[in-house]
Design a protein around this ligand. Structure first.
Ligand code: FEO
Length: 396
C-alpha cells in the first residue's frame, strides 16, 4: 500500500519482516529490512527503484492497483543490485516500453543480470528532468557507494534526496520516519550497516558528502532504499557518515577468538581483565567468533581502536572460524587500528605468526609477536595473559 512521504511523493516499497540474512548469508538482519521504492506523482509520474525479486509480483500488482502501470512515465534505477532491481523482469513484462533512467554502469549491471535490452536512458551528474509543477529530478552519480552503478536522485521542489543504499539500514518498521522509531535501535542498525558494507569505501563517502554539501541545496528529507526515511534533522546521518568515514574509533577494544579446549578462551578473558583494570574507561568486547554473529563482531571491530585476535594452533595454522572472520576484516580495509595475537599450542605453535601475517595484510599495526601459551594455561600463565592485556591497554 502506498504511504505519503511528502507532497506528491509516496513510499510504495516492501517491508520484509521475515528477513534474517541478507547478501546470501553474509549479513544478519536481526530486525528485518525493507526495500524502499518511491512514487512521485507530478505532471509526470515517476517510480524510483523497485524491490527484491521474491516480492516482484505483489509489488507490481500494488502499483497497478494504486497508480496503474500505464500511468508511470519512467523508472529511475538508482542502483541495480537485485534487492532494488529484482522486480524489473515482472514490471517490464507488464510495461515493456517503460523508460529506465540510470547510469552507464547501471545499464551494464541490469543487462548483466537480466539479459534484456530495455529502453535505457543514461544519466550523469547534473542531468535533470522536469516533472512539472515546479518539481525537477537532478541526478548525482555516486560510484562505489557501494557499487559502480550507484547514483543519488534529488527531487528539487520537495528537497528530498533519494540516496539508495547510502544512509540506509536493515530495519523493518511500519513507522516510516526516523523520528518515530526507537533511536538506539536505529543507531545500532545504521552503524552496523556502515561497518559491514561501506567501510572499504570510506574515502569515497567523505568525498561524496563534501560534493553533495557543496551543492548548497536544501535537504528536507533523505529517503534511502532500506529502512526508515530521515525526516527529522535529516543531516544527522550525513554527519555520522562523515565521522564514520574518518577512520572512526571509540575507546573500545575487541577481543575475538576461537578455542578448542578453552585454553585460548581463558587467555582472552584474562586479557580482558587486564585491559579493564588498567584502562577502566575502555569498553572491552569479547567474542568467540565461532559462536557470535559475525556482523556484530565486525561492528565492534569498526568501533574499536585496537583488537586482539586469538586462535590455538591447529595443523600449523589457525581455526577456521578465526580465518573466516579475518578474511572479512581484510576485505573491509579498516584503518588506524592496532592489534596483537594470542593463542595456545601443544607442540608447534604457528598460530601467532599466521595471525600476525593476516593482521598486517589487513592493515593493522601489529604491536608485537603476540602472546603464546604452551598446553593448558595454569594460574601463572593466566597471570601473564592478564599482564599482557594490561600492557596492551597502555599501548593503544
Ligand atoms: Fe541495497 Fe546495494 O543494494
Amino acid at each position: 500500500m502506498k504511504r505519503q512521504v511528502k507532497g506528491n511523493v509516496y513510499w510504495v516499497g516492501k517491508i520484509d519482516w521475515e528477513l534474517k540474512k541478507f547478501h546470501g548469508s553474509e549479513y544478519s538482519t536481526h530486525k528485518g529490512s525493507s526495500y524502499n521504492s518511491y512514487l512521485i506523482r507530478e505532471e509526470k509520474t515517476v517510480l524510483i527503484d523497485t524491490v527484491w525479486m521474491p516480492f516482484a509480483k505483489e509489488f507490481v500488482d500494488n502499483l497497478e492497483a494504486e497508480v496503474g502501470l500505464a500511468n508511470i512515465d519512467f523508472l529511475v534505477q538508482n542502483h541495480a543490485e537485485v534487492d532494488h532491481s529484482g522486480a524489473l523482469p515482472e514490471l517490464m513484462r507488464r510495461r515493456p516500453d517503460l523508460p529506465i533512467y540510470c547510469t552507464a554502469n547501471g545499464v551494464k549491471s541490469i543487462k548483466g543480470q537480466y539479459h534484456q535490452d530495455w529502453d535505457f536512458h543514461i544519466v550523469k551528474t547534473g542531468d535533470s528532468i522536469d516533472l512539472g509543477n515546479g518539481k525537477k529530478l537532478v541526478f548525482i552519480e555516486a560510484p562505489m557507494l557501494h557499487w559502480p552503478d550507484t547514483m543519488f536522485t534529488y527531487l528539487a521542489g520537495e528537497a528530498i534526496l533519494f540516496s539508495n543504499d547510502a544512509f540506509g539500514h536493515h530495519y523493518a518498521s511500519e513507522l516510516l520516519f526516523n523520528d518515530l522509531v526507537d533511536q538506539d535501535e536505529l543507531y545500532d542498525e545504521c552503524i552496523k550497516y556502515y561497518a559491514n558494507i561501506l567501510t572499504p569505501f570510506s574515502a569515497l563517502v567523505a568525498k561524496k558528502i563534501k560534493e553533495v554539501v557543496g551543492l548548497n541545496v536544501p535537504v528536507e528529507m533523505i529517503a534511502p532504499s532500506h529502512g526508515i526515511i530521515w525526516r527529522k534533522d535529516p543531516l544527522q546521518i550525513v554527519t555520522k557518515y562523515a565521522e564514520w568515514a574518518a577512520d572512526y574509533q571509540e575507546n573500545r577494544v575487541t577481543i575475538l577468538y576461537d578455542s578448542m579446549w578453552d585454553g585460548t578462551r581463558k587467555l582472552a578473558e584474562a586479557m580482558a581483565h587486564g585491559i579493564t583494570d588498567t584502562a577502566p574507561g575502555t569498553e572491552v568486547c569479547v567474542h568467540n567468533v565461532a559462536k557470535t554473529d559475525k556482523n556484530d563482531v565486525i561492528t565492534d571491530v569498526f568501533r574499536s581502536k585496537a583488537i586482539l585476535v586469538g586462535s590455538p594452533t591447529i595443523n600449523k595454522g589457525i581455526l577456521s572460524a578465526v580465518a573466516g572472520i579475518m578474511e572479512e576484516i581484510k576485505g573491509l580495509r579498516f584503518k588506524n587500528k592496532k592489534a596483537a595475537s594470542f593463542g595456545c599450542y601443544g607442540w608447534s605453535g604457528e598460530s601467532n605468526a599466521v595471525l600476525n601475517g593476516l593482521l598486517k595484510d589487513s592493515g593493522f599495526e601489529v604491536l608485537d609477536e603476540g602472546f603464546k601459551a604452551l598446553w593448558e594455561p595454569d594460574t601463572e600463565i593466566l597471570n601473564r595473559a592478564y599482564d599482557y592485556g594490561a600492557e596492551f591497554a597502555r599501548h593503544v
